[in-house]
Structure formats: structure tokens, C-alpha cells
Design a protein around this ligand. Structure first.
Ligand code: HEM
Length: 546
């Protein structure tokens, strides 16, 4: 027995010594955090677990718990009794944060939560988040992203410092307007496959949950645009890959929530670690295979040497994907095959769950606000008439109201509900000091419910995005794509894809939401999901002709 104990202590001692520098750094950060964060309100803690022992296992309950904590600690409001509508809760929460003039502490929207021995600070208002977002130095992602890194590698989303600057400079031109224009053909083709699938439910008694349909459509789009490869998931192909991508996101979210899973032995004992590794291998092998194939195709066409000097117009003419451009830049930017794999997988990770969530929520809001949906139909009909010709980039400029609706949905239900940074230096927010090494999280949903910036913070009110209202507002109050130097590089791509898909669907159908608020709750996982899916009754509109 004694020898087992000694062996165990020896093992722990060895691990601590091996990681001495990291342990010391963490200890200093933790000591300063205990001292500085004491003032910031947050839920009760116990040694080692922090507040994690209080976390609800059930995802939906966990969401409600976060909401209760926010009201109780961030804004010092006693929990209300009875069931409140979730969106109204957030509105109330927003009001309490932003309208309170008596207690200056309430005005900042700052809360801390200890997850195990790790402190996290939530910055829920525009003013609290702005100093982090606009900084050129606070660009490091927190350790919570490490699990994502095991899947997508150190691509643009995860890298930091010089590597990030170089990659951002290299990747930004691949989203050139002229290159994006070439993708509209893909958007339209995939949107039509989606519309044909939806059509099977139209004018029947059957309702349909559109979430999995839109998700597969967005996955097909990102595979074709980012990798130059058709996976046809909409028509039931490549099931293994689709399942791997879906399951990885779920496993990552569980890993984030429960600190005991951060210990490798527990992660593997639960079986989740093995499952995660299996799916990471499946997904990475898929990307590696595609890289090899595309290199062969480019060599075959004699394009490999020429791509560096191509104009965006020529790139578009040759229908080159993001991966093709990476392969073209491989030698000049000294990229390994694994570097390319990481960047492509980053796009796969960032580029489909996000857009499908955005489209799903937008339809879900429009399916409840039928007058607003009618205005979208009218705008589309006025522009396209009876034609069902392909939608091209220029067309979308003529649908400003649809764009306002999409942005309003992004405001109320942002697909990325939280994003974080590790502080490389102490940061002062209002009268709080948040120490170096601490993790901060920004919440676009909370920031966008501020009545000082939005006239009707809890309502679906597209006029929030009229030119007049936009020009009067602090841009940091609307941050679904983050903001500042580390904002979403795919923002224009995402809006173009969303608008194109929405216009195609709305040309053909009217959507009536069957699970409106408050029954359908927002689940802020890695991506904001509906607790009950996006269930619609679909009605065909007039027949369109080409
Ligand atoms: C509605 C759709 C989308 C939303 C709401 C969204 C939102 C975001 C947010 C909030 C971030 C910052 C994340 C963080 O700091 O941790 C981000 C980063 C990023 N997004 Fe998006 N995104 C969307 C679509 C896309 C698409 C379609 C692509 C690619 C085609 C993409 C590629 C990226 C990349 C590469 C980054 C990392 C940028 C960097 O750190 O320099 N996103 N996105």
C-alpha cells in the first residue's frame, strides 16, 4: 500500500517537475487572479473544482443555469420565481446591466466563473469587450481552444504572434471580392438541391426540422469552395465524414464544460478520448487525401507554377478553391503539408456550422414574423419577377431588406455565442483589473441586447440595420463576427452564402415556425443551437419559370 502511495506521489512529483515552468506561470497567474478578481461577482466556489461541481449535466439546464448566474452575479438581480420566457430573460438581463444608474458595478456587465482552478471572466457589454477586441496585442486564444487544436491544428483560428500575422496576411487576399464572386454558382447549385429536398414537405401535413438539411448544404458548400471537392452530403454520400465532423463538435463542447475531462486518464476512461481521436483521424485523413488529389489535378492542368502570378479574375476563371491557392503558395510561404491541412480544416470547422446556424435562426425568426417574411417575399418578387434564373453576386445588392433581416437574426441569435482571449498583460476594465494570464470571454448576444444601442433590444426588428441606425451606433455593439484585428476572415463569404441560400428558399417557399419562442431555447454550445431544432410547416409559393 505504502509503495503504491509513494509511486503515485513520485508520479505527480515527476509531472510537476517536468512541467515546472508552466506550473509556476499558472501558479503566479492563479495567485494574482484570486487577489484581483475577488471584487468581480460570480457563483460560489470550492477548492480544486471552483464552481464546476454546480454545473448542470444536461445541456439545456446548463444554459438556464448560466442565465440565472448572469442575472444573479453579473447584474446583482435576485432570481425571479416562475418560468420566464428565455429571450425576455435576456432582455431583462440586458436592461438590468445597462439601465441601472444607481450601482456603478452593475453597469459594466462583468462576471467571473472559476472552472476548476481556472478563472474565466465574461465581458458582456460593448464597452467591456471593446478594449480586448480592438487591441493589436491581445490576440492570443485561451487554453480552452487546445482541444480544438488537436483536431484542426494550429491554423488561423488558433495560432498567435508572428505566425498568426503572417497567415492572416497570406489568407486575407483569398477572400478577394472577385474570388468570392466565383462561389455564387456553387451557392446556387447547392441551395437548389436543398430547396428540392424541402419541397418534399411543402403543402403536406408533415413538418420538417430544417437544421440537419441546412447543415449538410453548408457542409457541401464549404467542401467545394474550400477544398474544391464535392462530398454530396445532401444526397446521402460520405456519411462517415459528416458524422465525424458533427460528433467532434459535440465532444469538444463536453470537454469544455467539464474540467475533470481535462485530465487525460479520465477523458480516455470515459471512452470520449478514444472516440475523439478516432474521428480526428478520420477527418484529417480525409483532408490529407483531398490535398494529394488536388495537387495531382493542378499538376495535370499545368497550373501549379502559374498560380502565384494569377489575378483574382484568373483564379475565378480556373475555379480554384481555397486549398488550391494554399498549394500554390506552398513554396513561397514555406508551408508544410500539415500547415495546409490545418488551414483547410480550420475553414471546415469555422465555415459550415456557423453559416447553417445563421440561416436556421434567420428562417426561424421570419417564420414567426410573417409580416416581415412577406416584405422579404415582396422584395424578392419585385426583383426577380417570375424567373428562377441563377442568383449572382450583383443580384444580392438589390435585396437590402433581406440583408437587414439576416443581420437582425445574427444580432439576436449569433451563431458563435462566445469567443475568448488569454490576456498577455493586465487589463483594466472600468475599475476592475483583470490580471495577465486570465481568460476572458466575450458574448455577442449579451452585447447586442443593450438598449443604449438597439431601440428594441429583444424584438426581431430589421430596421435596427437601416443605414441611419447603423451610422449612429458603436460598431462594437454588433459583434457576431467578433471585431478588430482578429475578426472573422470569412465574414463576407458567410453573408454572401446566407443571403444566397435565403433568397433561393424564399423565392420558392413560405416558412411557418412550429416551435416559436419561448419553447425553443437557445443552446450556447460551440455554436448556438435550438433546443428543439428548426421545425417548419412549409408552403409552396407561386410556381416560378426560367
Ligand atoms: C455566420 C457565419 C460565421 C460567424 C457568425 C463567424 C464568427 C466568427 C467569430 C466570432 C470568429 C472569432 C472567433 C474567435 O475569436 O475565437 C471567427 C473567426 C474566424 N472565422 Fe468565422 N464566422 C462565420 C463564418 C465563417 C466562414 C464561412 C469562414 C470560412 C470560410 C470563417 C472562417 C473564420 C476563420 C478562419 C476565423 C479565424 C480568424 C482569425 O483568427 O484571424 N468563418 N468567426
Amino acid at each position: 500500500m505504502l509503495s503504491v502511495l509513494l509511486l503515485l506521489l513520485g508520479g505527480i512529483g515527476f509531472i510537476l517537475l517536468k512541467n515546472w515552468v508552466k506550473v509556476r506561470k499558472f501558479w503566479i497567474m492563479r495567485t494574482r487572479a484570486v487577489q484581483f478578481l475577488d471584487e468581480i461577482p460570480g457563483p460560489p466556489t470550492i477548492p480544486l473544482l471552483g464552481s464546476a461541481h454546480l454545473f448542470k449535466w444536461d445541456n439545456e439546464e446548463f444554459t438556464y443555469q448560466l442565465d440565472r448566474w448572469a442575472r444573479e452575479y453579473m447584474v446583482k438581480v435576485q432570481p425571479t420565481t416562475g418560468v420566464m420566457k428565455f429571450s425576455r430573460q435576456i432582455e431583462g438581463w440586458g436592461r438590468e446591466i445597462f439601465n441601472n444608474t444607481e450601482n456603478p458595478l452593475r453597469d459594466h456587465g462583468v462576471m467571473k466563473v472559476w472552472v476548476g482552478p481556472v478563472p474565466m471572466v465574461f465581458l458582456a457589454s460593448c464597452d467591456a469587450a471593446k478594449p480586448v477586441l480592438e487591441s493589436n496585442t491581445l490576440i492570443t486564444k485561451p487554453s480552452q481552444y487546445n482541444i480544438v487544436k488537436q483536431w484542426i491544428g494550429e491554423g488561423l483560428l488558433i495560432s498567435t504572434g508572428k505566425k498568426w500575422y503572417a497567415r492572416r496576411k497570406m489568407i486575407t487576399p483569398t477572400f478577394h471580392f472577385n474570388i468570392l464572386q466565383g462561389f455564387y454558382e456553387i451557392f446556387f447549385a447547392q441551395a437548389n438541391i436543398l430547396a428540392d429536398l424541402v419541397d418534399k414537405f411543402a403543402d403536406t401535413d408533415q413538418t420538417v426540422d430544417l437544421l440537419p438539411y441546412v447543415k449538410r448544404c453548408a457542409l457541401d458548400i464549404i467542401c467545394e469552395t474550400a477544398m474544391g471537392t464535392r462530398i454530396n452530403s445532401q444526397t446521402g454520400k460520405n456519411v462517415d465524414y459528416v458524422q465525424a465532423v458533427n460528433r467532434l463538435s459535440q465532444l469538444i463542447w463536453d470537454h469544455e464544460r467539464f474540467p475533470w475531462l481535462w485530465f487525460q486518464p479520465i477523458w480516455y476512461l470515459t471512452g470520449m478520448g478514444f472516440e475523439f481521436d478516432r474521428y480526428v483521424k478520420l477527418s484529417s485523413d480525409f483532408t490529407r487525401k483531398v490535398i494529394l488529389q488536388r495537387r495531382g489535378v493542378l499538376e495535370g492542368k499545368g497550373l501549379l507554377g502559374e498560380m502565384q502570378s494569377m489575378s483574382p479574375e484568373e483564379i475565378r476563371k480556373h475555379k480554384l478553391s481555397f486549398l488550391d491557392l494554399m498549394i500554390g503558395m506552398q513554396t513561397t510561404h514555406n508551408l508544410s503539408d500539415e500547415d495546409i491541412r490545418a488551414e483547410v480544416d480550420t475553414f471546415m470547422f469555422e465555415g459550415h456550422d456557423t453559416t447553417s446556424s445563421g440561416i436556421g435562426w434567420a428562417l426561424w425568426w421570419l417564420g414567426q414574423e410573417l409580416d416581415i417574411q412577406k416584405k422579404c417575399h415582396d422584395e424578392i418578387d419585385e426583383f426577380f419577377g417570375d424567373s428562377d434564373r441563377a442568383i449572382i453576386a450583383e443580384d444580392l445588392k438589390s435585396l437590402p431588406y433581406l440583408e437587414m433581416c439576416l443581420k437582425e437574426a445574427l444580432r439576436l441569435t449569433p451563431p458563435v455565442p462566445l469567443f475568448g482571449r488569454t490576456l498577455d498583460h493586465d487589463l483594466k476594465i472600468a475599475h476592475y483589473t483583470i490580471p495577465e494570464g486570465c481568460t476572458v470571454f466575450m458574448s455577442p448576444m449579451a452585447a447586442a441586447r443593450d438598449p443604449r444601442h438597439f431601440k428594441h433590444p429583444d424584438m426581431f426588428y430589421p430596421e435596427h440595420f437601416s443605414q441611419e441606425q447603423i451610422s449612429q451606433r458603436d460598431p462594437y455593439s454588433f459583434i457576431p463576427f467578433s471585431a478588430g484585428p482578429r475578426n472573422c476572415v470569412g465574414q463576407k463569404f458567410a453573408l454572401a452564402e446566407e443571403k444566397s441560400l435565403m433568397a433561393t428558399l424564399l423565392r420558392r417557399f413560405k416558412f411557418i415556425t412550429m416551435n416559436p419562442e419561448p419553447s425553443n431555447r437557445f443552446l450556447p454550445e460551440l455554436i448556438l443551437k435550438p433546443s428543439m431544432g428548426f421545425v417548419f410547416n412549409v408552403q409552396r409559393r407561386k410556381q416560378v419559370k426560367s
